[in-house]
Structure formats: structure tokens, C-alpha cells
Design a protein around this ligand. Sequence first.
Ligand code: AMP
Length: 283
Amino acid sequence: MDVLSSPNDVRCLVRRRRASGHLIGVVPTMGALHEGHLSLIRAARAECDTVVTTIFVNPTQFGPDEDFERYPRTPEADLELCREAGTSIVFIPNVDDMYTPDAATTVTVSGITRVFEGASRPTHFDGVTTVVAKLFHITEPDRAYFGQKDYQQQLVIRKMASDLNWPVTIVTCPVVRDADGLALSSRNRYLTDSQRRQALVLNQALTTAAEQALAGHRPWQIENTLTETLKHADGIRPDYAAVVDPDTLQSVPDDCRRAVALAAVWVGSTRLIDNRLLTFPET
Ligand code: AMP
């Protein structure tokens, strides 16, 4: 496994591999790796000859009052996990390797970035699309792996890749959860034991949403139940909860067949997100 911090070194190595016939997969991460990240690396390993895992806590996707400084950084453990999961190249740049002080270019996807995460974190998606565009240019992947955990993010990346004619296939991998149902997240380590127990309501409410959809409840009824459940849950402050179209994140008609339930909540000073795809019976 090669561990590199220079964008040029990564590009040269990836190009050599491609010249020898390798299919290239990239897994962008912010480190503090857990089984969710590893599931992406393993999926890439199964489909690609060279797997590039990037580890970069990207400052531009954090708002001024967010947790950039205290975001967990565990580079040594990450490298070991990358190796075990089958990474070929780890790209672990410093901030200076990625952004010059006079950088003046931002990649912006409009529309779908304005709602939900984008409404609560107005500069977030510009930071995400700009850094992912840079990572795609540096690693020139055939396939790029993202988690359904960040549902809106993978839609935004798909939109960017499609709008910019990027020759990369975006692969979305299922949410990996702890045994108690909590979606794995690097931010879970901020939770106290009691907050962690309180956070379980997020997955439970989304599970109920999926069951209600299968039982033929209307999307607006499901959204109401989800909102009310989160509003009345101990220790939880909901940010948003909605049942919307899984491709556009717009509202859905009563007779829709598919939807996604999205929710973000605060547990103390920790913000958690989760989601569930909903399937409705034929009416
Ligand atoms: P992050 O390091 O939080 O930026 O996440 C890097 C990638 O891992 C993103 O594509 C996330 O959606 C994905 N990811 C994070 N948590 C999970 C999870 N629990 N299950 C699946 N994918 C995840």
C-alpha cells in the first residue's frame, strides 16, 4: 500500500496503474475510519484493480461554527484499516497540498443543494463538490464510492458528475449500522452513553416510516409521524424530517411508489443525520 500526500505523486502513480490496464476506484473520506468507510473500500476492492482511499478533513465543507478543529483525526489507525480493507493507495494530503492561499475556484451545484443539509449548512455542499472535483481530477477514477448514509451528498455528487460530463461511475453503498441500529458516523464518538441511547430514536423512527410505507400509509402521514416522534423524543432536537422524492428531494404525490425519509437531529451539541428509502404498495 502506497501512502502519498502530494497530488502530483498520486496522479502519476494512478496513471501508471491505468496504463497497465487497471480499473481505478476512489473512496473519498475524512478519516476516523469505521466499518461504514470500510464497506466502501471493500466494495471498491471487489470491482476495481486499484483502490485509492483519500483521507482529508476538508476545511471548506465546515461552517464557521462547526466542528472542523475537533473533528476526530486518527491517521495511524486509519492507515492500518485501509491496508486490511484492501486499499492500494492512500492519498492523505495536508490542507496546503489541496488549497493554495489564493485559491479562487468553487464548484457549485444549484437546486438540490439548497434544501435539507444545504439549508442548515449553507456553505457545506460547495465545499464538498469543490473537494470531490479536485479529488476526481487528482485520482482520475473509473468508479467512485459514496455512502447512502449521506443521502443528499451522493445525489449532489451524481448531479455534478453528470452535469460536468465526468467519465466516472458513482456507486452508492448501503448504510452500515451498529447492532443497535445507530448509523455509524465518525461523529458518534462525541456522544455520551446516555446521548447514544437517546440517538437510537432516529433509526427507530425511520424504521417505523418504512413499515408505514409498506402498510400503505400516505407520504404526508409518514412525514407527520416522523416529525412528531422526533419532536417528542428525550434529549433530541430535530433539525428537519421529511418524506420526499428519492431523486429530486422535492415533495411527492400521494400515490408515489418510492420516496426517501430524511432526518437530521441534534443530540446535545452533536448533529446526526440518517435516512431510509421507502417503498409503497401498488394502489
Ligand atoms: P466521511 O468520512 O464522513 O466524509 O464519509 C466518507 C464516506 O463514507 C461518505 O461517502 C459517507 O457517506 C460514507 N459513510 C459514512 N458513514 C457511513 C455508514 N455508516 N455507512 C455507509 N457509508 C458511510
